[in-house]
Design a protein around this ligand. Structure first.
Ligand code: NAP
Ligand code: MG
Length: 397
């Protein structure tokens, strides 16, 4: 048994993700690590029962102990309210935690030798950081139905106005905003994560066209990077600014191993493009990083509802637990780094190697099988996959 010094905050979740979570914990973590876990049940039933207080409690506890690991959770919509007989459409737990920690979400793919990325030059992960505040996501929009002289009026100490456009017929317009505080937090979280992952940091925008709005993001990134100049040198990573069009072109030629920081809209789009390019949702992890250096690890996929209904009917499912296992190893490694306990980091490393070895042996779940090169004849169910990972892990320990 390897002793873990300080606690990891564990956030349990829903449906198939919850079923896999339990298997992972019981088969791959608890038999090997003597680990203080602070457990919060974020399953939808318990969120409903606690009026969602449990989510905020969990977020506070992550702030205290710095490291959390989270299972996928249901964000209730109309159907779910009926299905689970909920009192209210509780907010997305991820949004609550992200707001509380003022964090940024990074998505990082897991690379496996026999699951080749769609882009041939990609050899290492491309991590995407999305600024999840403002721009078109909290814009004012208006549909112009008849001729209109559009002016912007600013009211502070004195009043000033600017002419925007003279509509001579129908049209549309939109007003965007962002704040220094939010952009700065985003830049700092990106810098923390690039340093933590030891990868170059890219930021891209369209400041040739939007000199003030996009230019502001560019300026703030530059300032925050300057403050950490010594850390960049110590770790041996670089910061680069690209025009967004140049960034996309460079990315296709690049071998990866970078953190690409994107504005809200670009991040929304590019993260799905990168995820598809690397294969399956089952191979995509996600980390929430706060500007103060708190970390919460999870799989990027949801609760895998369709598989759960199969499971409830008593059928075995071939759901891929890889991203959830890597959420655990991410948290365990970070705990080891913060506690200065290399044997803990070492365990995380070995568990990851055991998972990769399993897939590379041709033992894989249904989502990966069609992507495998060389081809693999049969896929396995989740239990069999985890059992093989355990065997491979025991060989490494
Ligand atoms: P999902 O869980 O991401 O799954 C969508 C589909 O992707 C699955 O039906 C499955 O495709 C495939 N897939 C995803 N993860 C997989 C895995 N590990 N192994 C194999 N295949 C996988 O999305 P959903 O089922 O539409 O959403 C269910 C719930 O998740 C929703 O209530 C939503 O609110 C929640 N959600 C939570 C989070 C989070 O907590 N971070 C994120 C997203 C969504 P096939 O059915 O074709 O096999
Ligand atoms: Mg999207």
């Amino acid at each position: 048994m390897i002793k873990v010094k300080n606690p990891i905050v564990e956030l349990d979740g829903d449906e198939m993700a919850r079923v896999m979570w339990k298997m992972i914990k019981e088969e791959l973590i608890l038999p090997y690590l003597d680990i203080p876990l602070i457990y919060f049940d974020l399953g939808i039933t318990n969120r409903d029962k606690t009026e969602d207080k449990v989510t905020l409690e969990a977020a506070k506890t992550i702030k205290e102990y710095k490291v959390g690991v989270k299972c996928a959770t249901i964000t209730p919509d109309e159907d779910r309210i009926k299905e689970y007989n909920l009192r209210r459409p509780w907010k997305s737990p991820n949004a609550t935690i992200r707001t509380y920690l003022d964090g940024t979400v990074f998505r990082k793919p897991i690379l496996v030798k026999n699951i080749p990325p769609a882009v041939k030059s990609w050899k290492k992960p491309i991590i995407i950081g999305r600024h999840a505040y403002g721009d078109i996501y909290s814009a004012f929009e208006y549909k112009v139905e008849k001729p209109l002289n559009l002016e912007i009026v600013l009211k502070n100490d004195n009043v000033s106005s600017f002419s925007v456009h003279n509509f001579d017929g129908k049209g549309v317009f939109m007003v965007l905003h962002n704040t220094e505080k939010s952009i700065r937090s985003f830049a700092r979280a990106c810098i923390n994560y690039a340093l933590s992952e030891k990868v170059d940091l890219w930021f891209s925008a369209k400041d040739t066209i939007s000199k003030i709005y996009h230019g502001y993001f560019k300026e703030i990134f530059q300032e925050e990077v300057e403050k950490r100049r010594d850390d960049f040198e110590k770790v041996g990573i670089k910061y680069k600014y690209f025009l967004i069009d140049d960034a996309v072109a460079q990315l296709i030629k690049n071998e990866g191993g970078i953190l690409w920081a994107c504005m809200n809209y670009e991040g929304d789009i590019m993260s799905d493009m990168i995820a598809a390019g690397f294969g399956s949702l089952g191979l995509m992890t996600s980390v929430l990083v706060s500007p103060n250096g708190e970390f919460e690890f999870e799989a990027a996929h949801g609760t895998v509802r369709r598989h759960y209904y199969e499971y409830l009917r008593g059928n075995p499912t071939s759901t891929n637990p890889t991203a959830s296992i890597f959420a655990w190893t991410g948290a365990i490694r970070k705990r080891g780094e913060l506690d200065d306990t290399p044997e803990v980091c070492n365990f995380a490393e070995k568990l990851e190697r055991a998972v990769l070895k399993t897939i590379e042996m041709g033992v894989m779940t249904k989502d990966l099988q069609p992507l495998a090169d060389p081809p693999v004849e049969n896929y396995v169910y989740t239990e069999e996959f985890i059992k093989k990972v355990k065997e491979n892990l025991e060989e490494l320990l």
